[in-house]
Each structure stands twice: as C-alpha cells, then as structure tokens.
Design a protein around this ligand. Sequence first.
Ligand SMILES: *[C@@H]1O[C@H](CO)[C@@H](O)[C@H](O)[C@H]1NC(C)=O
Length: 135
Amino acid sequence: PLLGFFFSFLSIVTSPKNVMGIVGQDTILPCHISSTKPLENIEVRWKKTTDGRIEDIHIYRPFGGKPTQKYPGRTSLPTDGFATGNVSLTLKNVQPADEGTYHCLVMSRDWSADAATVLSIAGGNPGNWQHGPAP
Ligand SMILES: *[C@@H]1O[C@H](CO)[C@@H](O)[C@H](O)[C@H]1NC(C)=O
C-alpha cells in the first residue's frame, strides 16, 4: 500500500533529553532505533561534547572487530546484535568528569540518525545520607 511505501524509509533514533548519574555507580544512556528497515550492518557511534570539544566514546562497527573505546572496559553496548534496536550505552563507575552531552549516532548504508542526551552527575557520597534525620 501507499502508506507502506512512505514508511519504508522511516528510521529514527530516540533518547531521553536528560539522564542523571550518581558518582561511583553505573549509568545507562538509553538510545533506541526505530526503523522499518532491517538493522543490519549498522555502525553505532557514541560521542560526547564538552564545551564544544567532541570525543568518540564508543564506536561499534559491524565488521570492525573490537569496538573503539575511549575508556576501555567502562563502556558497553547490548550484545544482541541490536536486533531490538536497543543501542543504549552502559557507562560504569560514573565520575564527575563524565558530565556532558552524549550523542548516539547510528549509521547504516543508506541512512543515518542521531539523538542527544545530557548527562548530569550527582555527588554520591554515602556519608551525606547517614546524618539525616531518623525516619
Ligand atoms: C536496553 O539495553 C540496556 C543496557 O543493556 C538495558 O538496561 C535496557 O533495559 C534495554 N532496554 C530495553 C527497552 O530493552
């Protein structure tokens, strides 16, 4: 049908505008691909911008062997081959310096799309909680 023709070109990437991380904990930066095309051979690039500086944080290439990681061992993507369109980045042991804007860029042979999420970091000093009023 005609509608199907139009929709066959739809590929979008969505992520939340803001995510809050806590120092010392693991944070997930959600990013999801909605595509009417099969998610085959896609490249996923997580980039970070801080004060106009752009860094590649984690790059997954379909045939590129190991992913490129700015912080080896601290970042990971779901391992299911993105069949579900879930390309959320897990960032381990979050630090204040991780604060910034993260871009989830997805590239396929004939389309690309991206979305941005601002990561804010909250102090995680557990001592702060022990001195509050008793419940
Ligand atoms: C996407 O992947 C992340 C990290 O593995 C996981 O925590 C999250 O629950 C997944 N989201 C969905 C909707 O499956």
